[in-house]
Design a protein around this ligand. Structure first.
Ligand code: ADP
Ligand code: ZN
Length: 529
């Protein structure tokens, strides 16, 4: 396609209206754009979907020269450039997937001043050929997207980002913006330091979504719980139910349909035509419930999604925040609901163990999961926990399940000791390890075939936990796993002790557990009956 000629825009608001068709800036967009357009550097922290792109695109449209965008995600680069071109903006990219002739054309366009925006991957930007090319043209602004990748202590460190600090000397006088959706205050300072932006103004948007009510309940009978949740929603409300696997998406959608709910499946395994039809029904009609894998939702513009339900545990708090954030874009009251249980923890630990990455990679996944579990098991305000994860302080919100019905805690030290000593005995005396189900049978003194076969009724701990129900025990085990006092191993999720178990066995580590409640509307019913 021929490169469109760059159009000059007089003011940011004029560019917003003519290029994007939006009426007004949102949040801090106007302040950021004014600051950068006037030549200032900026570090911007804004949640995903907050509208970061226009913060650098508009200064590039208003200032003389080409805006350089450093972006690590090649797929996203394609999408952005296509979208910009569709809006009549003269945009292009340079990356490794490109044919030589195409690259040469982009280079000519840049040098001739025909580009408003040029996207470049960091590894390409660090080559001397690209540096020389950029020096010969004229840059209006430099945007560094996913700027947290420069942090060596963060989750997504990319060595290529360290080279970006040199841009300060190479292009003096060109304003720079570093943008990210995830950064603690410490990472923020690190970004400014490593990218050499000491004078940058910091813009930190709030991650709070006050109209979303957060609710997380233990998974006991997932289908029944989901159905009760959906039936409690207002007539005609549209929402998304997220599940982890395609199979679970298909089965859940089918089940909901038999229950009279207008549910549709959506995942990458479905035919493109079916996916498009389901998506368009969800966007256009009232009361459609989309049952989907996380493939669904990116770039979906439906402001009146009233609820997002998770029937499987998300892998990270970032993921949870992004998915639940699709609810209530119109600012009206909305609900983020989730059911999660022992099985989720075991499954995700197994997936991490079996993932192909190296030790550091697995450790990082483990940290993500731990933060997610901490959010699930907190006895404090969910919102406070969630915002705290993003480095933002907040008061208890009054609009989450734990604020509305503060959970009770109970002393779980003795049950925890009973469980841990059962595991120790089995290991020492028999060289055996088991999953949660069989351990609970031993503790509760059940008479199963397996117990008889293995003569586990002869263990000293047989029947010492009969005072708790099976559900109570599952809750204990789930919480011990969540805190790393227990670990789940192998394909069958057999339970084993960790370093943290010692303190519990000796009684020096207190074990305050959350008493599980099953949400019914606003209130809560104890699962202990
Ligand atoms: P981010 O990069 O922060 O995740 P985007 O820049 O992709 O977010 O913007 C998210 C969505 O919001 C996009 O669909 C974008 O077009 C839209 N958007 C951005 N700014 C505005 C605005 N001022 N008014 C309305 N919609 C906007
Ligand atoms: Zn709260």
């Amino acid at each position: 396609a021929p490169t469109p000629t760059p159009a000059r825009h007089d003011t940011p608001i004029e560019a917003l209206r003519t290029v994007y068709g939006y009426d007004a800036f949102r949040g801090e967009q106007a302040a950021i754009i004014d600051h950068v357009t006037a030549g200032g550097d900026a570090v911007v922290l804004m949640p995903t979907g907050g509208g970061k792109s226009v913060c650098y695109q508009i200064p590039a449209l208003v200032r003389e020269g080409t805006g350089l965008v450093v972006s690590p995600l090649i797929a996203l680069m394609h999408d952005q450039v296509d979208a910009l071109r569709a809006n009549g903006v003269s945009a292009a990219y340079l990356n490794s997937t490109q044919a030589a002739a195409e690259r040469a054309q982009v280079e000519r366009d840049y040098l001739a001043g025909r580009l408003d925006l040029l996207y470049v991957a960091p590894e390409r930007l660090n080559t001397s050929a690209t540096q020389a090319l950029l020096q010969r043209g004229r840059l209006s602004v430099i945007a560094i997207d996913e700027a947290h990748c420069v942090s060596q202590w963060g989750h997504d460190f990319r060595p290529d980002y360290l080279g970006l600090g040199d841009l300060a000397e190479r292009f003096p006088g060109v304003p720079r913006l570093a943008l990210t959706a995830t950064a603690t205050p410490a990472t923020h300072r690190e970004i400014a330091e490593r990218l050499r932006m000491p004078q940058a103004r910091h813009f930190v948007a709030s991650f709070d979504r006050p109209n979303i009510q957060y609710r997380i309940e233990p998974k006991v009978e997932p289908r029944k719980q989901l159905l009760a949740f959906l039936r409690a929603q207002p007539e005609g409300a549209a929402g998304i139910v997220y599940a982890l696997s395609r199979k679970s998406v298909d089965q859940t959608a089918q089940f909901l349909r038999t229950q009279g709910i207008d549910a549709l499946p959506y995942h990458a395994g479905l035919d493109a035509g079916v996916r498009a039809a389901h998506q368009s029904r969800f966007l256009r009609e009232d009361g459609v419930v989309m049952v989907a894998t996380i493939a669904f939702g990116m770039g979906i513009d439906k402001p009146d999604v009233r609820f997002v339900a998770h029937i499987d545990l998300p892998k990270s708090v970032e993921g949870y925040y992004q998915e639940t954030g699709r609810a209530g874009r119109d600012g009206e009251p909305s609900v983020a609901w989730m059911a999660y249980g022992l099985g989720d923890v075991v499954q995700q630990r197994r997936m991490i163990d079996q993932s192909p990455g190296d030790r550091t990679y697995k450790m990082r996944l483990g940290q993500h999961l731990d933060a997610m579990l901490a959010l699930c098991e907190t006895v404090g305000c969910r919102r406070q926990n969630l915002l705290g994860y993003f480095g933002q302080g907040a008061d208890p919100c009054g609009n989450c399940d734990t604020c509305l019905t503060p959970p009770e805690t109970w002393d779980g030290l003795v049950p925890a000791q009973k469980l841990l000593s059962t595991i120790v005995r089995l290991q020492r005396e028999r060289g055996q390890a088991f999953g949660a189900g069989h351990l609970i049978d031993i503790l509760r003194g059940a008479r199963t075939e397996r117990i008889a076969q293995q003569r586990h009724d002869e263990l000293k701990t047989y029947g010492i936990g009969a005072d708790l129900t099976e559900q109570d025990w599952r809750s204990v085990i789930r919480q011990l796993l969540a805190r790393g006092i227990l670990v789940a191993q192998g394909d069958y999720g057999t339970l084993a002790l960790s370093e943290a178990s010692t303190g519990v066995l000796t009684g020096s580590t207190p074990v305050a557990l959350r008493r599980d409640t099953l949400g019914r509307g606003g209130g809560g019913v104890s699962s202990r009956g």
